[in-house]
Design a protein around this ligand. Structure first.
Ligand SMILES: Nc1nc2c(ncn2[C@@H]2O[C@H](COP(=O)(O)OP(=O)(O)OP(=O)(O)O)[C@@H](O)[C@H]2O)c(=O)[nH]1
Length: 365
């Protein structure tokens, strides 16, 4: 799936850019040992020009071709295979001179396996063999294994620099992947509209608190908050205006609970949840009523450009020892919320200790 996405039209430009500098340096530094052997073998000017083309011009052509391609990702893999063919070509032209040939093969193999894994590494070998065959169209195959002191010395920069470079590029890539993973993790926990915790993540926080509360005898509280007559806003001003109201409402929640340890979530539609840490019934009720008053004072019209006065109904349930699981806790807070709705809305309703009786209180301004 990831490969399909990466290989789509226009995808993979960053891959092309990532390979650009390593290719310039790899082929650039690789030209020195190759050049030293070509010099020993007395090659003519056209061969030297071809070598300089591969070392100095090809990396830029590959970059432009990769960036302009409709499928940059695929184009870059073709470029990498072309690199492998270049390596094979010059190895054959050097008569398989041992040290430079091994170095070119190892640098190219490192490149290919880090870019495309084992399968691509093997494909690279195929391209290298094709490159060798192309060389044999120009010259008679020959073996010249002995590497001079000069060509061994000239290999040193590539030996030292190239693995560092590939390692550094791989390191930067892994950092980028980690950041993207982190971002995806945040997105998977966040409600896209309100930017609060989404239902799944909020419920997981409630579950954690439920387990911790059972173990420690803490008394956390759940507040289920539902905007009153929200449908009317949609019906009167349209769904988009309704969305804007939800965004502004979520922001008001964040502002009100800012600096507390409360966990806020969008439970669904126009219903929100607040998980308050260790508290007592009266304090939880006071917090809920204070939020209702805060909301009444908020100038939502500034945020929504609509003259709307929002009220909410809130159901509260504290964690009690007789609760079987966290969903029962949410359910009892929900029942308290519906009692608040039944009693005329703009109310706070607290579930009593037995979780079967509820005390609803209209919010005084
Ligand atoms: N704009 C918008 N509307 C939503 C969204 N999610 C749910 N709604 C709407 O919220 C409305 C909820 O309506 P009801 O469940 O009847 O509740 P209500 O009108 O708030 O009435 P009470 O809760 O009884 O006070 C429905 O019209 C839904 O379409 C959303 O993400 N954006």
């Amino acid at each position: 799936m990831i490969h399909q996405l990466q290989r789509g039209p226009g995808r993979g430009r960053s891959f092309v850019k990532r390979i650009y500098v390593p290719r310039i340096l790899g082929l650039g530094f690789g030209a020195f040992p190759v050049g030293s052997v070509l010099y020993e073998l007395n090659y003519t000017t056209p061969v030297w020009l071809l070598m300089l083309f591969c070392a100095l011009i090809w990396p830029h052509i590959a970059y432009i071709v990769g960036l302009r391609a409709k499928y940059p990702y695929n184009a870059e893999f073709r470029n990498l295979l072309f690199d492998a063919a270049i390596v094979g070509f010059w190895i054959a032209m050097m008569g398989f001179n041992l040290v430079p040939s091994l170095l070119l093969l190892s640098a190219n193999g490192l490149n290919n396996i880090s870019a495309g894994g084992v399968k691509f590494y093997l494909k690279g070998w195929g391209a290298t063999l094709i490159g060798m065959c192309l060389a044999f169209l120009i010259i008679e195959p020959f073996i010249y294994l002995d590497s001079s002191q000069l060509s061994i010395m000239i290999c040193i920069p590539l030996v030292l620099i190239y693995p560092l470079l590939v390692g550094f590029v791989t390191f930067r890539l892994s950092i980028k992947l980690m950041e993207e993973r982190q971002h995806a993790l945040v997105l998977s926990k966040t409600d896209a509209l309100s930017q609060l915790n989404n239902r799944g993540h909020w419920e997981s926080l409630v579950l954690k608190k439920f387990d911790a509360g059972k173990a420690t005898n803490e008394k956390p509280a759940l507040l289920m908050i539902d905007i009153d007559h929200f449908k009317r806003i949609n019906d009167t001003h349209g769904h988009l205006a309704g969305d804007k109201v939800l965004i502004c409402f979520a922001q008001a929640m964040k502002n009100f609970f800012h600096g507390t340890n409360a966990e806020l979530g969008r439970y669904g539609g126009e219903e929100f949840g607040v998980l308050l840490p260790d508290t007592d019934p009266m304090s939880a009720k006071q917090v809920a009523e204070a939020f209702c008053r805060y909301l009444a004072k908020q100038e939502l019209s500034i945020c929504t450009e609509l003259d709307i006065k929002l009220t909410v109904s809130i159901g509260i349930a504290l964690l009690t020892p007789n609760m079987q699981d966290f969903s029962q806790w949410i359910d009892i807070a929900d029942q308290a919320l519906y009692k608040a709705k039944d009693n005329g809305r703009n109310q706070v309703c607290l579930a009593k200790q037995d979780n079967r009786h509820f005390i609803a209180t209209a919010v005084s301004s």
